[in-house]
Design a protein around this ligand. Structure first.
Ligand code: DLL
Length: 443
């Protein structure tokens, strides 16, 4: 089923017409209402009238996270404060958060976009829907919540944390759908098993997972653990929040971008030139309908690719690949680039391990070193009489080390831990722990 057939399955020609009109409106809006953009346009000798086709987007300046920080908190608003009905913020790794804002109309559009996303994921009116994304300044909780209400599902605002209570609610309220970060939902499954509850026997049929990078192997783990369809949802607060793109349950093959609201480009992060469809690069988004916080060519820092090929579900949008990770999270280990999600893909194939890991960056003499922390599964741990010095652990370490070399082309020290010793997340998982003084992720 498609929530908004008219728009989601619109012909590419009409879509482009709508996009151009909306792009021109957005460019006018920011030029006249946001000093930051007016200055940037003037520096480039650019007037809103110069945007005559969708290709002219490349004439526009990029926006970066730093621009949001420099204009903290409300410097990039394109409406007066009395039109703002909601504020969200994303916590930066350091310093002040980046703040975003929404008018009533923005919330209406966002809710519809998320309603479309839930339907794409296999949800339908009348469902009970367990929302385990955090409620608060983070866009996950309220973003999914308003979309679910718009669709007409009974929404449980569970938020993140208090896992035993979440399990009681799932057992008693019998939701069909669940949403949360993949790492937290896995955490719920683990707790269920500890309590003697079989996650495959719950009422759940589909899960909407995102807000952090995850792999196809993690999808298989989640689908097998819960006997559900696991659907990838993408978004970021600067562009709107969850729902910028969603996989359809029909194909589970790329995420449909809500491209009547967000125009996507993929660029080479070094040259800033566009790359071909299908080629990997940095995702860049321009909002087309946002009023309070329009954003022009936002450099997400996320690595992915796009395709314009038809999807079997009937939606006609551009699709993006899974996000491999953020450029900032890419490790350069002795000259080889590797994303934590690639490490995850390899590790999840090792049956002796639990699907939890962390990469620690430490100083080793004058050099930096990456240490991969993995965790044994319960069954294997019991089979070696809980002895981490068992010879099978030594052999396992060697195997993992070989696997890292053959699949990720990197050498990492491996530390094998007992079950449940790697910290569990209640929201976004922490995959990289930087124990060095400087923060450059190059080792
Ligand atoms: O994470 C919004 C969101 C909430 C998306 C719930 C999906 C579900 P931020 O906190 O601003 O917003 O973080 C955005 O998270 O730039 C990506 O690096 C990462 N991210 C989000 N979704 C995915 C995904 C929300 N499906 C940042 N796969 C983005 C990989 C993702 N990374």
């Amino acid at each position: 089923m498609i929530y908004n057939q008219e728009m989601e399955a619109v012909s590419p020609e009409l879509k482009e017409k709508i996009q151009l009109e909306r792009l021109q409106q957005t460019v006018n809006r920011v030029y006249h209402n946001v000093e930051f953009y007016r200055k940037k346009f003037d520096e480039l000798g650019l007037k809103p009238d110069n945007i005559k086709s969708l290709n002219d987007i490349t004439k526009l300046p990029f926006t970066k996270k730093k621009d949001l920080r420099d204009n903290y908190p409300f410097g990039l608003l394109a409406v007066s404060k009395d039109e703002v009905v909601r504020v969200h913020a994303s916590s930066g790794t350091s310093g002040k958060p980046t703040v975003v804002a929404y008018t009533k109309n923005d919330i209406k559009n966002w809710s519809e976009i998320v309603a479309r996303a839930i339907v794409a994921a296999g949800g339908q009116k009348g469902d009970i829907f367990h929302n385990a994304y955090g409620y608060g300044l983070f866009t996950g909780g309220l973003g999914l919540h308003f979309g679910a209400e718009e669709l007409g599902v009974a929404t449980i605002p569970a938020s993140g944390g208090n896992t035993e209570r979440q399990i009681m609610i799932i057992e008693d309220f019998k939701p069909r759908g669940i949403a949360g970060t993949p790492s937290y939902i896995l955490n719920i499954a683990e707790k269920m098993m500890e309590l003697g509850i079989d996650p495959r026997k719950t009422s759940l049929k589909y899960g909407i997972f995102g807000a952090e990078p995850w792999s196809e192997e993690m999808r298989a783990t989640l689908e097998n653990t819960f006997d559900i369809k696991a659907i990838d949802i993408y978004g970021l607060s600067e562009v709107m929040g969850p729902g910028v793109a969603i996989e359809c349950h029909e194909a589970q093959d790329g995420l449909h971008i809500a491209d009547d609201h967000f125009l996507v480009e993929v660029i080479n992060p070094e040259t800033l030139e566009p790359v071909q469809d299908g080629e990997e690069g940095e995702l860049v988004f321009t909002s087309l309908t946002k009023e309070a916080f329009p954003i022009i060519r936002y450099r997400t820092g996320d690595i992915g690719s796009i395709t314009r090929e038809k999807c079997i579900c009937g939606r006609t949008s551009v699709r993006m690949s899974r996000v491999k990770g953020r450029i900032d999270d890419m490790l350069i280990i002795r000259g080889v680039n590797v994303f934590p999600s690639e490490v995850e893909r390899a590790l999840l194939q090792v049956s002796e391990l639990a699907p939890h890991y962390q990469i620690h960056l430490v100083k080793k003499g004058p050099l930096d070193n990456a240490i991969l922390h993995v965790e044994l599964g319960d069954e294997f741990f019991r089979s070696i009489s809980q002895d981490l010095n068992h010879e099978k652990v030594g052999a396992l370490k060697k195997n993992i080390s070989h696997l890292m070399k053959s699949t990720c082309l990197v050498s990492m020290d491996i530390v094998v831990n007992s079950p449940k010793s790697i910290p569990r997340s209640e929201g976004k998982a922490i995959r990289i722990v930087d124990k060095r003084k400087n923060n450059a992720l190059s080792v």
